[in-house]
Design a protein around this ligand. Structure first.
Ligand SMILES: Cc1ncc(COP(=O)(O)O)c(C=O)c1O
Length: 422
């Protein structure tokens, strides 16, 4: 037994060095820079030629029939919602514990968010908490693959099928991750994915819609990409409405009233990133799995990961650990993280703020509809208690095991000596 005084109690910190190269992201090479400069010199930032190539390549890689590049992930989700028929009065079931855009996009469409709880192991929408929330106004279910972990899509799709609902995936945390042999973002009717600079797949600011449905992708173009269909000074019409010709008369003005076009410098960077992303993801997987494999004998913490059965974690966006206080004589997650930080590794308790408790949803009326956004905020125990059950950990980008060992030693030291913290 490795008994040593923890740094939080005055002992020597385990890790005094920092290794910024292990965490720096995205990897930008001369190839990215040249691709961006080419767009700048050509003066085609507002065009769509490069974006169309990028979205074709991204959709082929993901295994989707259609891809549509957007200015950000929120725009991609709004297009997906509108394409699925979400409008004034519609209800969409969404996990409470996610980034705000998954839910606030519903409000922007005039719809109402019906929050559901998450599963304590996947941290994604709990399929058992959906069905009793369905009403005559429910149009869609929003499934978020939280922190790289694929949601239980077979169960979610089954509920949706039983009730004739659409499934929209928010794949912003799971680019390149797989669920039962298919890539996240291709598992429901349509998906929206953020590609902003902090994500595993990062292009600066950007997003992408993926779907196999011609009708849905045309509706996404109608909503935010008027230039694809005609009447733009920047781009020639590249598409015809074949699945929903009845909308032809609206061409020229985006149905959402806002332009969602991707800046082509981002699309150009995206093309280069895509070339290397699978191998970079594979390296992140080796690094993160090595970290967790070497902690699996310790009580109190569990990996938030999925392996086997054609499933994977993609780029492990903002990885989390699951904390089990009951295995550590009631030690709190907050105290555990404090001890880890004192040893030299940044770790904080919790996840995103549970949205059903946020004043934006409980008391604002952003669009003057005369009522708050959530009809009746209720208790969602798993979403509300993640500060006690989940913690952040280093997001290693490189499989440099000698360095990762140093981080493993920190967690081992804290957990071996946890009684000092009680
Ligand atoms: C789960 C999730 N959905 C949607 C978004 C919105 O994407 P964007 O910031 O590109 O609009 C983000 C993050 O930014 C996110 O983390």
């Amino acid at each position: 037994m490795n008994e040593r005084v923890l740094a939080v109690n005055g002992g020597e910190p385990e890790l005094r060095e920092s290794f910024p190269d292990m965490f720096h992201w995205p990897v930008v090479t001369r190839e990215d820079e040249e691709a961006v400069i080419e767009v700048l010199r050509a003066g085609t930032m507002s065009g769509t030629d490069i974006t169309r190539v990028f979205e074709r390549e991204y959709a082929d890689w993901a295994g989707a029939k259609y891809g549509l590049g957007t200015c950000n992930g929120t725009a991609a989700l709004q297009e997906a919602l509108w394409a699925c028929g979400v409008k004034t009065g519609s209800e969409v079931i969404c996990p409470s514990m996610t980034y705000w855009a998954s839910a606030a996009s519903v409000v922007a469409m005039g719809g109402e968010v019906v929050f559901a709880d998450i599963d304590p192991v996947t941290l994604c929408l709990d399929p058992g908490d959906i069905e009793h929330r369905i009403t005559g106004r429910t149009v869609a279910i929003m499934a978020v693959h939280y922190a790289g972990h694929p949601a239980d899509m077979d169960s979610i799709n089954a509920v949706a099928r039983r009730h004739g609902l659409k499934v929209i995936e928010d794949a912003s945390h799971a680019q390149g991750g797989f669920y039962r042999g298919r890539m996240c973002g291709t598992l429901g009717d349509i998906s929206g994915t953020s590609l902003m600079g902090g994500k595993a797949f990062a292009v600066g600011e950007g997003g992408i819609v993926l779907t196999d449905s011609r009708e849905l992708i045309e509706k996404c173009m109608l909503f935010g990409h008027y230039e694809r269909l005609g009447h733009s000074q920047y781009a020639q019409a590249s598409e015809k409405l074949t699945a929903c010709p009845e909308y032809t008369r609206f061409i020229g003005i985006p149905m959402g009233g806002v332009k969602h076009r991707m800046n082509q410098t981002c699309a150009a960077m995206g093309r280069v990133q895509l070339k290397y992303y699978p191998e970079r993801c594979a390296e992140i997987n080796r690094a993160m799995n090595y970290f967790w494999d070497n902690l699996s004998d310790l009580p109190g913490i569990r990996a938030h990961r999925i392996t086997g059965d054609g499933c994977s974690m993609g780029g492990w966006y903002n990885p989390r650990g699951l904390f089990r206080s009951e295995e550590l004589d009631g030690l709190t997650c907050e105290r555990f993280c404090e001890a880890v930080r004192a040893e030299g590794v940044r770790s904080i308790p919790g996840t995103n703020y549970p949205l059903h408790k946020h004043p934006y949803f409980t008391s604002s009326d952003a669009f003057g509809r005369g009522r708050r956004t959530v009809a009746e905020p209720e208790y969602l125990p798993v979403s509300e208690n993640t500060a006690g059950t989940v913690f952040t950990l280093p997001w290693f980008k490189h499989a440099r095991f000698d360095i990762i060992d140093r981080y493993i030693a920190v967690f081992r030291k804290v957990l071996t000596n946890y009684r000092e913290l009680l």
